[in-house]
Design a protein around this ligand. Structure first.
Ligand SMILES: *Cc1c(COP(=O)(O)O)cnc(C)c1O
Length: 402
């Protein structure tokens, strides 16, 4: 580990004092040569692991051929990738929707928010989201983000956002006044909030509510999408058909790329000039996305997430200091008993050569690459187990001294 020097970067992050310079599969290598097991995947991004040969090759090839031409011209890759996404959303058969490509999750959600306003029409522009949820850092997606403490410093935020308790259908129904509400935007599982899973049937109930009131069901699958939860998309666990789906993180295996999919009738409300992006859908990003989607398909990413997720869950549930494991597939939250600090455990894990994070003070998040093997899962669990045993012992030693 190195001490970070004075920096020219804005202080928007607490950075750990480790500098990674290389990666391969589930392993990250720091500038001092030390190897770390990566169970965070750059925040659920590198699902195929680091330096995936197929993705790297696609990027190199495309960089030598054509990186960028703008959206003023037709592009040989974007339409193909959009078609691939439409098929994944239809779970193998075309879903009949259309895609707008952006460069990040927040931008994918901006597209969804603008679509909702265009679809709802003047005066019918409100979007309701779940408390605790996360949708991005632009002013509008920050307001959609259900964490009021993050809003305060940036008021006034764009008007037209409401929040209700995540998982509570009655509250959503009370807030969803069809005279002013254009859509609902929620995550199938809240990732940043601490891998919060809604009660079974939640998305189905929201679908019914949206149908009844003619409002859009928009799902933020930026973190849950593309195989991570054990299905291609989180909503497929409940077999609902959303109106809008946003994705980003895993889509380029590290190449910045986001996408907003909408079913045909909704997508059609946008006309030329309504929305745009200089970089969105550029050949370089699309080459990475195509290679990523092909490789995720070949490894059957959802099945891989289901199998390794079950292994991890079973091993983690019985560890000292663990009161429960939640999530789906390879998006897991390990709940720690009161008195244990997930922040400290995650920092100690880094010291022990395992990269994980603590989205809340009492919960560890595990989101390893979907290519992770059984032995790597065992190794991660044994590192976490040792740290928890120590922390529990230190806690009870502290208590007996008092
Ligand atoms: C990460 C995330 C975003 C924001 O994505 P960026 O690429 O950082 O803009 C939005 N929604 C969810 C659910 C996320 O996990």
């Amino acid at each position: 580990m190195t001490n970070l020097p004075a920096t020219h970067l804005m202080g928007t992050y607490h950075r750990a004092p480790v500098r990674f310079v290389e990666g391969e599969g589930c392993v990250l290598i720091a500038d001092d040569g030390r190897r770390y097991l990566d169970f965070l995947s750059g925040l659920a991004v590198t699902s195929l692991g680091h330096a995936h040969p197929r993705v790297a090759e696609a990027i190199c090839h495309q960089a030598r051929r054509l990186m960028h031409v703008s959206n003023l011209f037709d592009n040989e890759l974007a339409d193909e990738v959009a078609g691939m996404l439409d098929r994944l959303i239809g779970d193998g058969s075309p879903a009949g929707g259309k895609v707008f490509f952006a460069n990040s999750g927040a931008e994918a959600n901006e597209c969804a928010l603008k679509l909702a306003r265009r679809f709802g029409g003047r005066g019918r522009h409100v979007v309701i989201s779940g408390l605790g949820g996360f949708h991005g850092r632009t002013l509008a997606t920050l307001h959609a983000t259900g964490q009021p403490e993050k809003h305060e410093a940036f008021q006034p935020l764009p008007e037209g956002f409401r929040h209700v308790a995540y998982g509570d259908v009655d509250q959503m129904a009370s807030a969803a006044d069809p005279a002013v509400v254009a859509g609902i935007l929620v995550e199938p599982i809240q990732g940043e909030a601490g891998v919060v899973v809604p009660p079974p049937g939640y998305l189905r109930a929201l679908r019914e509510l949206c149908d009844e009131r003619q409002i859009l069901l928009m799902l933020d699958e930026v973190q849950t999408g593309l195989g991570r939860t054990g299905r291609w998309f989180g909503f497929q666990h409940e077999a609902v058909q959303p109106d809008v789906v946003t994705m980003a993180k895993a889509l380029g295996n590290g190449m910045p790329v986001g996408a907003c999919w909408a079913r045909g009738e909704v997508a059609e409300v946008f006309v030329a000039g309504d929305h745009g992006s200089t970089f969105g859908g550029q050949p370089l990003a699309m080459a990475a996305a195509r290679a990523t989607l092909e490789a995720l398909g070949e490894i059957d990413a959802p099945r891989q997430a289901t199998e390794r997720g079950a292994q991890l869950r079973e091993a983690l549930v019985g560890l000292p200091g663990v009161i429960g494991v939640r999530g789906a597939g390879l998006l897991l939250g390990v709940m720690l008993e009161p008195g244990l600090s997930a922040t400290e455990i995650a920092a100690a894990a880094l010291g022990a050569g395992l990269v994980i994070n603590a989205p809340t003070p009492s919960l560890l998040r595990l989101a390893p690459p979907l290519i992770v093997g059984p032995a790597e899962c065992d190794k991660a669990v044994s590192i976490i187990a040792a740290l928890l045993r120590n922390a529990v012992a230190a806690g009870s030693a502290g208590e007996s001294q008092r």
